[in-house]
Ligand binder design. Structure first.
Ligand code: CNA
Length: 278
């Protein structure tokens, strides 16, 4: 697509925003790849293509509760690479922040566990971390909480249990509250979506393969009057199979679109200032 074609496709979005319509984001791992955090499924660079060193029976096992119970090492090897604090928010995260500052943000539903929306300054009331985050940790046996500082100390102390955090009460394995396959999503996800589903005016779906449910069905549940926008490297979900007439599909990387959108909205200087301060 040429830049003129991009601008043409972004036009209904820019008009809706200029009219004061609020935006709800549905983010996936692709909004964070430019921060240096690999996604799951991109060929070659995604985590699933690079898991050989973890010696897993199948790629998803690294986030499987039954597998973790037997062998938590793979998860903690990966966690070392993904630990929050090692990465800075991207242009796309700062665009979300700008929507908040302009009072044009309705909500951010994110599948990511990297907390980059928070680091970009998006307030808690706007964020739904559908798959949890590293903010809290619990023992998988007795549910005793472990602070993130203690968890990190356990992880760095390779002499004790090979760096795998264990409960100080019952010696069970401790896991950050990120949602594994086989676990339910946080109640806040369902409660907030019940309230939000009919209220979405503009849905921006970005950097996700829309393959992990129930999150993947959210964009198909927004009302027919909502404007839906997909920003992704490939067509996904019902933007591919059940595209609505008003849908905008932009096959590009999230940061380029964040930049162009900020230019079209007159927010470019503010976006640049955030990125420079990161
Ligand atoms: P996914 O299945 O790996 O899909 C990522 C999608 O983003 C793919 O369609 C890519 O083509 C696309 N993509 C990659 N880079 C870009 C980019 N720069 N611009 C635009 N599109 C891009 O990831 P999903 O989020 O759909 O899968 C859900 C999983 C991934 C959740 O459970 C997350 O917890 C999990 N995850 C999170 C992180 C993180 O927190 N940053 C990292 C890796 C995986």
């Amino acid at each position: 697509m040429s830049s003129a074609e991009f601008d043409e496709s972004l036009k209904p979005l820019v008009e809706a925003i200029k009219k004061g319509k609020k935006v709800t984001f549905f983010n996936g791992a692709g909004v964070s790849t430019s921060a240096g955090i690999p996604d799951f499924r991109s060929p070659k660079t995604g985590l699933y293509s690079n898991l050989a060193k973890l010696d897993l029976p199948y790629a998803e096992a690294v986030f499987d509760l039954d597998y973790f119970r037997k062998s938590p090492k793979a998860f903690y090897t990966l966690t070392h690479e993904l630990l929050p604090g090692k990465f800075a928010p991207t242009k796309f995260h700062y665009l979300v922040r700008l929507f908040q500052d302009k009072k044009l943000l309705h909500r951010v539903y994110t599948q990511n566990i990297d907390t980059l929306e928070r680091m970009a300054g998006v307030e808690d009331k706007y964020i739904i971390e559908a798959h949890g985050s590293f903010a809290k940790n619990h023992c998988i046996d007795c549910s005793e909480e472990m602070s993130s500082e203690t968890l990190l100390q356990h992880m760095l102390n390779k002499e004790k249990n090979n760096g795998i955090p264990t409960c100080e009460k019952c010696n069970g394995y401790v896991k950050p509250d990120i949602v594994f396959f086989g676990e339910g999503l946080p109640p806040k996800f369902f409660d907030t979506w019940d309230e939000d589903a009919d209220e979405v005016e503009v849905a921006i779906v970005a950097g996700t393969s829309l393959t992990v449910y129930p999150f993947a069905s959210l964009p198909s549940e927004v009302g027919k009057n909502a404007l839906r926008v997909l920003i992704n490297k490939e067509k996904v979900g019902d933007f591919k199979s059940g595209k609505r007439r008003s849908d905008i599909v932009i096959l590009s990387d999230c940061d380029s679109i964040a930049e162009r959108l900020s230019e079209l909205l007159g927010w470019k200087e503010e976006l640049d200032a955030f990125v420079e301060s990161a």
